[in-house]
Design a protein around this ligand. Structure first.
Ligand SMILES: NC(=O)C1=CN([C@@H]2O[C@H](COP(=O)(O)OP(=O)(O)OC[C@H]3O[C@@H](n4cnc5c(N)ncnc54)[C@H](OP(=O)(O)O)[C@@H]3O)[C@@H](O)[C@H]2O)C=CC1
Ligand SMILES: Nc1nc(=O)c2c([nH]1)NC[C@@H]1CN(c3ccc(C(=O)N[C@@H](CCC(=O)O)C(=O)O)cc3)C=[N+]21
Length: 298
């Protein structure tokens, strides 16, 4: 039976450190500032954004939220981002994705000042990560959180281990693969065109699932003793809880996989809470850099 890697507890550790360091920085006259921008009324996005703003306040940050209507124009959003870029009280800007279809997401992301891009989605930060220039990069929060969870089980150096990442998105799969590579793992990236995924998954000492398909990864895809990181967040119907009720599951069939895995992250309570904690860590890092101080390591 696998060890369960508790993302909630680990996120509390990260947030506790952010709080302490924020207090130290604030004494020098700089308070970390985070701006979260959301366009439209998607209920799931509203929930995430609310918890980001709540966490930011808890950390002692200056926290602002801009909730814009669904019909907001692209130029209007560009103007808001430019205003936040120029605001010295703001060290981190997060524009919640996805954006409404009439807005060019790429253009908005590239408008964010790379030094305030706490999501790590700007070309400059993607390039820094891709070239191993990690000292100055903002690393995307979800893969960064996943790496901290992995570190608890496998340490920081993954030399000699094989890692399989299922999913190749710009926000999860690709940056995750780059971080694993930077930690010396031997990395394979799988996706919808991969042949015989179960067999490939079974070769992995570290298996990362970032697909968006509920419980797709079965127990017999997991090599005995492997570390399984489940990034997926899928809301599915839960008639057993009552009519119209739902529950969250990952991309991994948890009950089966934990029989084979050495360690596994749960959903909920796994990578999700770590994502929000790493957003706080990245914002703190940005504020330290602005102040000309060496940021703490996480
Ligand atoms: N915990 C957290 O904080 C976060 C969780 N998530 C969750 O992680 C999951 C992935 O998110 P994201 O990366 O944005 O998703 P995307 O939809 O952008 O990417 C999904 C990836 O999975 C691949 N894929 C889809 N179907 C299959 C299949 N049958 N076999 C193999 N590969 C497949 C796709 O392949 P192809 O490229 O070939 O189409 C694609 O590369 C989602 O559940 C999302 O909710 C996302 C962000 C943060
Ligand atoms: N610019 C941008 N940056 C993001 O980082 C970003 C985004 N857009 N868009 C959406 C995705 C998704 N995401 C999650 C964050 C926290 C949880 C989380 O805390 N989940 C809880 C459960 C929450 C619940 O109950 O719904 C858990 O897994 O335990 C989940 C998902 C960040 N994303």
């Amino acid at each position: 039976m696998a060890e369960i890697i508790d993302g909630k507890a680990l996120a509390e550790d990260v947030v506790a450190k952010v709080k302490t360091e924020t207090a130290r920085l604030t004494e020098t006259g700089v308070t970390p500032g985070l701006a979260v921008v959301i366009v439209g009324e998607d209920p799931a996005s509203q929930v995430y954004v609310a918890s980001k703003s709540r966490r930011a306040k808890e950390c002692g940050f200056h926290s602002v939220q801009h909730s814009l209507p669904q019909e907001t124009g692209e130029e209007e959003l560009v103007a808001l981002v430019e205003e936040l870029n120029a605001d010295p009280a703001i060290h981190g800007i997060l524009v919640q994705l996805p954006l409404p279809k009439h807005i060019d997401e790429g253009r908005i992301i590239q408008t964010i000042d790379p030094d305030k891009d706490v999501d790590g989605f700007h070309f400059i930060n993607v390039g820094r990560l891709g070239t191993g220039t990690l000292g100055s990069a903002f690393v995307p929060c979800t893969p960064a959180g996943a790496m901290l969870m992995l570190e608890r089980v496998r340490g920081r150096d993954l030399s000699g281990l094989s890692a399989v990442v299922i999913g190749r998105s710009n926000i999860v799969g690709k940056p995750m693969a780059n971080l694993l590579l930077a930690a010396n793992a031997t990395v394979t990236i799988a996706h919808s065109r991969t042949k015989d995924l179960p067999a490939l998954a079974r070769t992995a000492d570290v298996l990362v699932a970032a697909v968006g398909r509920p419980e797709m990864i079965r127990g017999d895809w997991v090599k005995p003793g492997a570390t399984v990181i489940d990034v997926g967040i899928n809301r599915i119907p839960a008639p057993e809880k009552g009519e119209g009720k739902t529950r969250l599951v990952g991309d991994v069939a948890f009950a089966e996989a934990k029989e084979n895995a050495g360690a596994i992250t749960p959903v909920p309570g796994g990578v999700g809470p770590m994502t929000i904690a790493m957003l706080m860590a990245n914002t703190l890092t940005s504020a330290f850099r602005t102040a000309g101080l060496e940021p703490p390591a996480f």
